[in-house]
Design a protein around this ligand. Sequence first.
Ligand code: XIL
Length: 380
Amino acid sequence: MKNTFLSFIVVALVIFSGCHQPEKKENPQTLKQALAQQFYMGTALNSAQIKGVDTSSVKVIQQQFNSIVAENCMKSEVIHPEQDRYDFSLADQFVDFGVANQMFVIGHTLIWHSQVPDWFFKDDEGNEVSKEVLIARMRDHIYTIVGRYKGKVNGWDVVNEAFNDDGTWRESKFYNTIGEEYMALAFQFAHEADPEAELYYNDYSMVKPAKIKAVTALVKSLKEKGLRIDAVGMQAHYSMNFPDVKTFEESLLQLAQSGVNVMITELDISVLPSPYEMQGADIANRFEYTEAMDPYKNGLSDSMSVAFTNRYLDFFNVLLKHNDKVSRVTVWGVNDAQSWRNYWPIKGRTDYPLLFDRGNGKKAVVDEIIKAANDKKDIR
Ligand code: XIL
């Protein structure tokens, strides 16, 4: 009897402790884990990372990110330097890295007026090619690249920066030679080359009403033609005071209303003074270096560090709030040393726009983002 009673007590205690012990589930500690239920968390890779020589950054990429995009190696001037010559050496390594690490791989970018070699638009005599020839070249370019990475690259920035900030068509050589039609053709060719791949339109100034209007009209017109478009990308090369977060949120919602996902495709936030009312990200814009424009060359001030953390967090709170509309957030590089913001729009400055410092150390903002994502999960 005594024994039966004792066993009863023991069993009861075991059950009780099992029920009441707080679950020892650790909160996710990395960006990709914390954000897994929200959206892909991506970064851009430069050539040292793709080649694997920058081992310290590669470790950060593997730990923190589940999506990658090539910063330069898939742009026309690199991957297709001459009409009859493609150079896939870096792009192949980039894609292999993504596949090996089970990442969502983005191809950037098929049709863009920048970083495109002259041969694309010229015949053997140096004259501008006809509309038909340019369309054929676009088709070959898109078929060859998208076809090569079929089933491996999950989504493509099909066309980059086709509109001016006032919503008119940019007078690129593609536009001037082919007309508006080049856009639909690019999406058509990309889809034919890999029907499974997601297709995107990507641009900067996606917080300007005229640009938003042009892009939402574009989505509508592509859909009316029966063409595939999965998302629009807001590049998001921002600064400490542009854009304000409310405008960003409203813009994101307006873009999403066109019926596609929104992606933040090239996020970086410069802490440096802007040389002009800098709001876009036209890579052709360059300004003279002055000491006054380079205030943190010996290190970032504590107050600016705090402001930077808060600013990033403001954006991430918006993104978490609207995670049903946001499919990916990609930062334009891993660490501050690698960021193009050190050389654009002024060469030779020291900027701090990314999530990891020059030694690949995690900035305070990383844990804040993780915390915000975990808090959101608890609320659900
Ligand atoms: C930038 C790269 O980061 C630089 O290394 C390169 O010199 C110029 O291009 N919009 C885009 C990106 O879509 O491809 C650009 O990347 C930044 C602006």
